[in-house]
Design a protein around this ligand. Structure first.
Ligand SMILES: [Zn+2]
Length: 470
């Protein structure tokens, strides 16, 4: 608000009038840049009583009088800008508009090409945790100077610093450390060090906009176009462990082409496969990358990856599988077994309780862990109706029971989705260990943040990975 309690926000109908008066570009002759902001001329905003469209024009970043001394551009005074603005409105000869160079000239809605991937009618091409990285939208303004399409985006540089935002061609910026141009059918955006962070070029005859340059950080993600491939990098907290995915596919009619979420990350970047998940699209497991979110049609030709040397040698090769609850799974449970005899009129039956949970059959002890409490480690080849993974002594499953891979495959660490008795999804972090030659995946102990492991149990019957009393 200024001294006359006038808000900085210009109402939408006045903004439209200003865009029309400015013929949808910077008012400076021979500039006509299609990315602009709204500039109060005379009086300046601080002295303005109203948002008068006759006193507000569009200027691009280079010709914004408040942005002095940038890029060695000549700076115009507010009086000079007012003069350009009046002449532009009075001019009976239609000025050539530079935004024709980028946002007009398409016969039908353009497809967006990045590397070898194609995006058609996708609302947000790249989105990170709900933040639109960039998108193209059809404009509904009917004016011969109005762009057919507008551009929105959030631009960070190669160091992860916010450069500026564009919302339907209107830019706003917290800093001056960038430069943007829309000329000769191209959009180019540089950061302060003259590093090109974004570039796009239009090809109206094939109705294509091609993203030619991309180099932006949204930690822990890095977006880059390299050798005509779109690379999505994902880093560990230490920034020394990383994996890059090269993606090739076609995505049609959807909410988001590439959706990155920091809420679905394995601690360490790994290649753990990818799968189609309803509502998400194709997900690259454990790396927070969803492809084709909400797309009605999608073809993925290829997902390649390149990883740093320090990614653990034994990486996940398995896709987590939904266990609902795990029927016929083999359980490892530690605890004290209590046997009760139930008398029927003609016979007796034994019922077993392990940590209070009822079992149908007698479990196999894999050895006594604690002679005082008579705690054992039980291996249960189970037809048990109850889900023993809800047992307080639960340690783990055989890998082949919970992962889509044979137990002999390399399994280092994974997440397994269980469903509890109330139907809630529980994500378990599991880790492999080995008992008598078979791979066991163990659950993370939420209290100690360590994995349950038979070797860690005090008087364990295991020594050096061998079971002694079996
Ligand atoms: Zn300009």
């Amino acid at each position: 608000m200024n001294q006359y309690k006038l808000s900085r926000t210009i109402p939408p109908d006045i903004k439209l009038k200003i865009r029309q008066n400015s013929k949808f570009g910077c008012v400076v002759p021979n500039c006509r840049n299609a990315f602009y902001t709204y500039e109060h001329l005379i009086p300046e905003f601080k002295d303005a009583i109203t948002h008068d469209p006759d006193n507000i024009c569009l200027t691009c970043s280079n010709h914004n009088p408040r942005r002095t001394g940038k890029n060695k551009q000549e700076n115009y005074t507010k009086a000079q800008l007012m003069d350009f603005y009046i002449k532009l409105q009075e001019n009976e000869i239609v000025p050539e508009i530079r935004n024709n160079d980028f946002f007009n000239g398409f016969n039908v809605e353009p497809q967006i090409k990045i590397g070898k991937s194609i995006f058609n009618r996708i609302a947000s091409i790249i989105n990170i945790d709900g933040l639109n990285v960039f998108s193209f939208q059809k404009s509904d303004i009917e004016d011969i100077f109005a762009p057919q399409y507008t551009f929105s985006g959030t631009f960070y540089n190669s160091l992860g610093k916010l450069l500026f935002r564009i919302e339907k061609n209107e830019w706003s910026s917290p800093t001056n450390h960038w430069d943007v141009q829309t000329t000769n059918g191209e959009i180019k955006i540089w950061d302060r060090s003259k590093q090109l962070v974004f570039g796009a070029r239009k090809f109206p005859f094939t109705n294509t906009i091609e993203i030619t340059e991309l180099d932006m950080w949204f930690k822990p993600f890095h977006l880059k176009i390299d050798s005509e491939s779109l690379l999505v990098g994902r880093y560990a907290d230490d920034m020394e462990t990383w994996i890059y995915f090269s993606i090739e596919g076609t995505f049609n009619s959807g909410n988001c082409g590439i959706f990155l979420t920091s809420s679905e990350l394995f601690k360490t970047p790994v290649w753990a496969g990818w799968q189609i998940v309803g509502g998400k699209g194709a997900t690259i497991t454990g790396n927070g990358i969803w492809l084709g979110r909400g797309a009605t049609q999608m073809l993925i030709f290829r997902i390649d990856y390149l990883k740093s040397d320090n990614i653990p040698e034994v990486i996940i090769l398995s896709k987590p599988k939904k266990v609902n609850p795990p029927l016929n799974a083999h359980y490892f449970v530690k605890g004290v077994l209590i046997t009760e005899i139930v008398n029927y009129p003609l016979w007796n039956e034994k019922v077993y309780y392990l940590n209070g949970q009822k079992l149908e059959n007698e479990p196999n002890s894999w050895g006594q862990i604690d002679s005082e409490t008579n705690e054992h480690l039980y291996y249960i080849a189970s037809n048990e109706p109850s889900d023993l993974s809800l047992n307080s002594g639960f340690i783990g499953f055989y890998a082949d029971d919970v992962l889509n891979e044979h137990w002999s495959d390399k399994v280092f660490e994974a997440e397994v989705i269980d469903i509890d008795l109330q139907g809630n999804e529980i994500v378990r972090r599991v880790k492999r260990s080995e008992i008598s030659g078979r791979i066991v995946v163990s659950e993370l102990n939420p209290f100690t943040n360590k994995y349950w492991h038979p070797h860690a149990f005090g008087d364990s019957p295991w020594r050096n990975g061998k079971l002694l009393n079996y």
